[in-house]
Design a protein around this ligand. Sequence first.
Ligand SMILES: Nc1ncnc2c1ncn2[C@@H]1O[C@H](COP(=O)(O)OP(=O)(O)OP(=O)(O)O)[C@@H](O)[C@H]1O
Ligand SMILES: [Mg+2]
Length: 224
Amino acid sequence: MTTISDHILKVRDVHYAYHTAGVATPVLHGIDLELRRGEFVIIMGPSGCGKTTLLNIIGLMMPARSGTVELDGAEVSSLDDAGRASVRRNKLGFVFQRFNLLPVLTVEQNVSLALRLRGDQLDGQAIRILERVGLADKRHSKPNALSVGEQQRAAIARAVVRRPALLLADEPTGSLDSRNAQSVLDLLRELNASDGVTTLMITHNEHLADRADRVLFMHDGRFA
Ligand SMILES: Nc1ncnc2c1ncn2[C@@H]1O[C@H](COP(=O)(O)OP(=O)(O)OP(=O)(O)O)[C@@H](O)[C@H]1O
Ligand SMILES: [Mg+2]
């Protein structure tokens, strides 16, 4: 039987419109979405249909105009800025198409920073996750000395080192060739299988979508 605690995420009737120069552009038209703990779910859909907007709302980077987002059993969409920042730090991990690594820091420092920002002890956690993603030997390198596939592995290490309840990935393979895209997906899948990282990922790549537990298709701000 499914209980409330089986779900890490519950999105209910989320609507969103961008407002530019007094003109409203409705983008999301009543999104419902539930993710169980440990699921690996992919969202696909045409460019401009609202995938990133939805991920940004779930990631508490912008507020839903209406509807609710429940994360790990708590309603989070109505929190104030400090509350949202705390949930982002403690419950969420983010991976983007552009890796957003800090260029002046080494790979290891980029990963450690995520822990320091939360006040965690380092305790070798950064090294352990870099071993998991196959980058232990590159830990003292700066991001621009890494291949793009390696940079995305480093960004994934940074995103999961805090053991997020939910990993949000917006086209994490969008800057990679097909071989690196497969290997990044292998890594995300492995972290999901062995560490139970619940993952919600956007991709345009149908070969990758085959590997999800579930694929959701979005069209014009609605799930099909
Ligand atoms: N900051 C913004 N201000 C105004 N309109 C925006 C803004 N961001 C996105 N939009 C519009 O909202 C719609 C949905 O954008 P969104 O980025 O969510 O689409 P997407 O599905 O992620 O597309 P893609 O696959 O190209 O990344 C698009 O029509 C886009 O032009
Ligand atoms: Mg997008």
